[in-house]
Design a protein. Structure first.
Length: 177
């Protein structure tokens, strides 16, 4: 039985191990550590099986400029970006990742988050309601990202009215170790 819950202080070493193991490099674990240290408003969840952290998902703030008439900037709207998400190899293909995504989206929807962006596999994330972000005039801050891999789920269409342009992730995502 898998339990999904918010990260606790004592989970931090296990979260690092899950991210390093799943991605087979320290980059994503480093991003998670830096975001935890310098970013308010994170949603960090773990999947636990038999008292062991086997999966982790992080949601962090993403900002989209809101365009007004004639393309003038009319402010910004903040939603969340999903990622990284990691599951230990021995727990993959057992619904752990899906449980993490569903739990995170449910929490964010309940907290009135207007949207969630993900840069991920186009065959995986649509099952949760994600669709190409380009349908909303949204694009990633990084060059070379395939259109089908940059997706959004919109929870509040009224708040997203006029939101288009570049979805800006936190600077920690550009500071890969």
């Amino acid at each position: 039985m898998i339990t999904v819950r918010r990260e606790r202080q004592e989970d931090i070493p296990a979260i690092r191990a899950v991210n390093e193991g799943a991605f087979e490099r320290p980059d994503e674990a480093g991003i998670v550590d830096r975001l935890r240290e310098g970013c308010e408003g994170l949603l960090s969840l773990v999947a636990v099986h038999e008292d062991r952290v086997v999966g982790h998902i992080l949601f962090s703030p993403v900002v989209i400029e809101v365009t007004g008439s004639a393309g003038a900037t009319g402010g910004a709207i903040t939603g969340m970006g999903l990622g990284p998400m990691a599951v230990m190899a021995e727990s993959q293909r057992q619904g752990v990742g899906s449980a993490l995504v569903r739990a995170g989206l449910e929490i964010l929807r309940g907290e009135s988050c207007p949207f969630v962006i993900v840069l991920g596999h186009p065959d995986y994330y649509p099952r949760f309601g994600f669709e190409p972000a380009s349908r909303y005039g949204l694009r990633p801050q990084w060059d070379g990202v395939p259109d089908e891999a940059f997706m959004v789920i919109v929870f509040d269409r009224a708040r997203m009215e006029g939101a288009s342009g570049v979805a800006k992730y936190r600077d920690e995502f550009d500071e890969v170790t």
